[in-house]
Design a protein around this ligand. Structure first.
Ligand code: LLP
Length: 447
């Protein structure tokens, strides 16, 4: 735990995030509560921009909004000079409502709906990342219909296996994403795009996977992509202005994780890209990266209230917290492992192994084995590194209300998202007339 860079305490022994005492935040906003350290997010953006620009000046860092997107986050990313990757109408709408500059938006998705095409054109997003031949034709039809031109990248499946959970691998041959280099599909997409008048092909995109803890897969992706670009240059006269290598850098969920630094990632990608391009005599494209998790993941903490402590003799102790699967589905989906601390006694040495359970009506284990200080009902538990794919993946399962999101900086706390209310939970329900509660005129109301 000593290496945990989120573990800052104050004189009361309370956990502090962004200069704010999380015990006070819990009293003010209730629990569960997502708390973000603003300075830490900004520092990460600057680190990415700084480390990459130094090695490859023609670069854009586009935050992958799927990791955590609210209008406030979109504003923050704009202020930091980041681009933005959106993957749905909802993410695009959020960005536009927040006034994010459309020209710095990349529109993703392996199946874009008509609503999404229309929104992308109307907003004038910088790049639509085309995922299939079908999409290419649909996009061209939309462009013609609207008398516009679509600025696109083509998402390529380079055929790279990565060492990460199979559900978050995306660059391998057997994947729903992109057009494959292998078998000629990607070549066909490029050829078609170059022929279509309403399409302006700016370059290629690939994303090989997420939570990658080594840089080797990025290196292989650079090799593969440049090799392919060179082939397409020679065979079709294709000029690649943009090369987007996606996101994927892993973060430290537990002290066992040792992700590469942003500098190491930049060092793995930039000189190699230059070298490979030079070998093939190719001009240097703009390099685009789309980090999500590594921008916000470690900046977020979730605060829960412990409700029940249950000891099963000779087996284990369970502690139940007031959230679980609905605010963090990652342990259930990807066997994700987290670390936690008793937030109101964060300076106390851990002394016991417990299983942290949620409060859903199923076995929703949040942390299988957490090493924490002694804990009683009413204590607060802080789970670290929940900044990415937690609020973004939260649900109303069991009709839970989704937690509030708070952004902390220099001891000031600001709401990013209000806690849902019970009224919100039923706000979209409709009771068909034949199921409505009968309205009788003389209905007796008991006390
Ligand atoms: N670009 C594209 C096209 C992507 O598909 C993704 C993530 C990213 C960028 C950002 O990747 P990151 O830097 O965050 O690794 N829900 C899963 C992760 C799914 C990632 C999907 N794509 C999880 O909780 O681990």
């Amino acid at each position: 735990m000593s290496e945990n860079t989120m573990l800052k305490t104050n004189e009361r022994g309370h956990l502090v995030v962004g200069g704010c005492d999380v015990v006070e935040l819990a009293h003010k906003y209730g629990t569960p509560l997502y708390v973000y350290d603003e300075a830490r997010i900004r520092a990460r953006c600057r680190e990415y921009i700084g480390e990459f620009t130094r090695r490859y000046p023609n670069v854009e860092i586009a935050y992958a909004g799927k990791a955590a997107l609210t209008m406030g986050f979109a504003r923050l990313m704009d202020q930091e000079g980041m681009g933005l990757d959106v993957a749905s109408a909802g993410e695009l709408y959020t960005a536009l409502q927040a006034g994010f500059p459309p020209e710095r938006i990349k529109m993703h998705g392996n199946y874009k709906s008509n609503q999404e095409y229309r929104m992308a054109f109307e907003a004038g997003v910088g790049r639509v990342v085309v995922d299939s031949l079908i999409e290419l034709r649909q996009l061209s039809c939309w462009a013609k219909k609207l008398d516009a031109v679509a600025d696109i990248l083509i998402r390529v499946r380079p055929g790279i296996d990565t060492h990460t959970h199979e559900l978050i691998q995306t660059g391998q041959v057997d994947s729903k994403f992109g057009v494959a280099i292998y078998g000629g599909e990607a070549r066909q997409a490029i050829e078609t795009a170059m022929e279509l008048e309403s399409i302006r092909l700016h370059g290629l995109h690939c994303h090989i996977g997420s939570q990658l803890l080594e840089t080797d897969a990025f290196e292989r992706a650079v090799d593969q992509m440049v090799h392919f670009i060179a082939e397409m240059h020679d065979e079709l006269g294709f000029e690649c202005e943009d090369l987007d290598v996606g996101g994927g850098l892993g973060i430290r969920y537990t002290e066992k994780d040792n992700p590469p630094s942003v500098a190491e990632l930049a060092e793995a990608i930039c000189p190699r890209l230059r070298e490979r391009l030079a070998e093939h005599g190719l001009a240097e494209p703009r390099l685009i990266l789309e980090p999500g998790r590594s921008i916000v993941g470690e900046a977020g903490v979730t605060i829960y209230t412990v409700g029940v402590v249950k000891e099963i003799p000779d087996l284990r102790t369970y502690i139940a917290v007031d959230g679980g699967l609905s605010d963090n589905p990652r342990p259930a989906l990807y066997d994700a492992v987290y670390e936690a601390v008793v937030a109101n006694r964060a300076d106390e040495e851990p002394s016991q192994w417990v299983r942290v359970a949620g409060k859903h009506c199923e076995t929703d284990t949040l942390i299988e084995d957490a090493y924490i200080a002694t804990v009683e009902p009413g204590d607060l538990l802080a789970v670290f590194a929940t900044g990415a794919y937690n609020h973004a993946m939260a649900s109303n399962y069991n009709r839970f209300t989704r937690p509030a999101v708070v952004l902390c900086c220099d001891g000031n706390d600001e709401l990013l998202v209000e806690r849902e209310t019970l009224a919100d939970v039923v706000s979209h329900d409709v009771v068909p007339r034949h199921l409505a509660v009968p309205q009788t005129e003389e209905c007796e109301v008991g006390e």
